[in-house]
Design a protein around this ligand. Structure first.
Ligand code: GLA
Length: 369
C-alpha cells in the first residue's frame, strides 16, 4: 500500500515534469506549424551570429526571416554602380543554414533610398526613362542575385497615403503612377518564381484599405504579378480593433492574394499609429515604462497578442506568414529617441514574456486541425 502510494506520487511528479517540459519546449514555429510560418526581422549582429541573447531565440522559435535593414536600397546599393552584397549574402546564408524561409525587404520605397537615385550629377531630377532604368537595374541585380533563394520580395513598400491616394514620392513624381507596375514587372522578370508582395501599414483603416484594394485590382486587371499583400501591423494596444483586422484580412484574401503579417509589434506607449519614423518620433506617447512593464500591463499586452493571433489563426487558410519586427524588446525600432518600449514577445534579457505564453495558448490543439 505504502509502496503503491510512493509509486503513484512518483508518477504524478513525473507527469507534472513532462507537462512542464513539453510546455517549456513548445516553440512559436511548432505551435503554428500547421497554420503559418512565424518569422522575425533580424539585424546584422544576429545574422552574423554575434548576438548571444538573440540568436538562440531566432534559431529555436522562428522559421522565416526578414532583413531589418541590410536589403534596403541605401545599404545594398549606396552609390551609383556600387552594390554591397557582403551583408545580404551573410543574411541569406544564415537563413539557409537554419532552413528558414527567406524574405527580401524592400525594393522600391521612399525611405532609406539615397538621393542620388532621383538626381543627375547636377542635383536636378532625372527623367522618367533614367529613373526606370535605375529601378530596373537595381531590381534585376538584387533579385537576380538571390533568385530561388529569397522566395518572397516586398516589391513596393508604402506607396499609399492614409487617404488611400498614391503618395507623391519621388518615384511617383518622376515616373508617374505606373512605377508600381514597372517594379513588379522587373521583379517578376528577375525571379519568375518569387512571391511578390505589396507591403504597407495601417491598411486596416478606411479609406487606406479601399485605396489598396483598388490598386491591387488595377494591377491584377493589367496582368501584373502581385501575389501577396503585406499587412505591416505595427499596432497599438487599442488599434486596430480585432474586427477591423479580421475584415482587412478577409478583404485581401478575397482578391486571391496570400496574406502575410509582415512587421508585427505592439506599441505599448501609444501615440499616433504610423510606421513613418519621423512621425513616430514626434508623436509617440509618454515614456511610461522606463523601469519595465508593470504586471497589469504585461497581462494587457498578453491579451492583445492573444486576440490578434486568434484572428490570424481563424484565417490560417489565407495567411501564410506572421513576422515579428524584432526579436527582443531591446532590439525594437520603437525604442527610438530614448523611449523604452516593450512591443515584442521576449524581454530585454531574452526571456519569454506572458505574451509569449498567451500566443502559444492560441495555437489550435492538433485534434482540431
Ligand atoms: C517600415 C519599414 C520597415 C521598418 C519600419 C520601422 O514599416 O517597412 O522596414 O523600417 O518601418 O522602422
Amino acid at each position: 500500500m505504502k509502496h503503491n502510494l510512493i509509486a503513484l506520487s512518483f508518477m504524478a511528479i513525473g507527469m507534472c515534469m513532462a507537462t512542464a517540459s513539453i510546455h517549456a519546449q513548445t516553440t512559436l514555429k511548432d505551435a503554428f506549424k500547421d497554420d503559418f510560418r512565424i518569422g522575425v526581422a533580424i539585424n546584422q549582429n544576429q545574422f552574423d551570429n554575434e548576438d548571444q541573447r538573440g540568436d538562440p531565440i531566432i534559431e529555436t522559435q522562428f522559421n522565416a526571416i526578414s532583413p531589418e535593414n541590410i536589403l534596403k536600397w541605401e545599404s545594398v546599393h549606396p552609390e551609383p554602380g556600387k552594390y554591397d552584397f557582403a551583408g545580404p549574402d551573410r543574411y541569406v546564408e544564415f537563413g539557409e543554414k537554419n532552413h528558414m524561409l527567406i524574405v527580401g525587404h524592400t525594393l522600391v520605397w521612399h525611405n532609406q533610398t539615397p538621393k542620388w537615385v532621383f538626381q543627375d550629377t547636377n542635383g536636378n531630377p532625372v527623367t522618367r526613362e533614367v529613373l526606370l532604368e535605375r529601378m530596373r537595374d537595381h531590381i534585376h541585380t538584387v533579385v537576380g542575385r538571390y533568385q530561388g533563394r529569397i522566395k518572397i520580395w516586398d516589391v513596393v513598400n508604402e506607396a499609399l497615403l492614409d487617404n488611400g491616394k498614391l503618395r507623391k514620392s519621388p518615384w511617383e513624381k518622376i515616373i508617374g503612377d505606373d512605377y508600381i507596375e514597372k517594379a513588379f514587372q522587373y521583379a517578376h522578370e528577375a525571379d519568375p518564381d518569387a512571391i511578390l508582395r505589396y507591403n504597407d501599414y495601417s491598411l486596416e483603416n478606411e479609406p487606406k484599405r479601399s485605396g489598396a484594394i483598388a490598386l491591387i485590382k488595377k494591377l491584377q486587371a493589367e496582368g501584373i504579378p502581385v501575389t501577396a499583400i503585406g499587412l505591416q501591423d505595427h499596432v497599438k494596444m487599442d488599434w486596430p480593433a480585432v474586427e477591423q483586422e479580421d475584415a482587412t484580412i478577409s478583404a485581401f484574401a478575397a482578391l486571391g492574394l496570400k496574406v502575410m503579417i509582415t512587421e508585427l509589434d505592439v506599441n505599448v506607449l501609444g501615440g499616433k499609429q504610423t510606421a513613418e519614423i519621423t512621425e513616430m518620433a514626434n508623436q509617440g506617447g509618454a515614456n511610461l515604462y522606463t523601469n519595465g512593464l508593470p504586471p497589469v500591463v504585461q497581462q494587457e499586452l498578453a491579451k492583445r497578442y492573444a486576440d490578434l493571433f486568434r484572428v490570424f489563426v481563424k484565417h490560417h487558410n489565407d495567411i501564410t506568414l506572421v513576422t515579428f519586427w524584432g526579436v527582443t524588446d531591446g532590439d525594437s525600432w520603437l525604442n527610438m529617441r530614448g523611449r523604452i518600449n516593450h512591443p515584442l514577445l521576449f524581454d530585454r534579457a531574452g526571456r519569454p514574456k506572458p505574451a509569449f505564453d498567451a500566443v502559444i495558448q492560441v495555437a489550435r490543439p492538433a485534434a482540431a486541425k
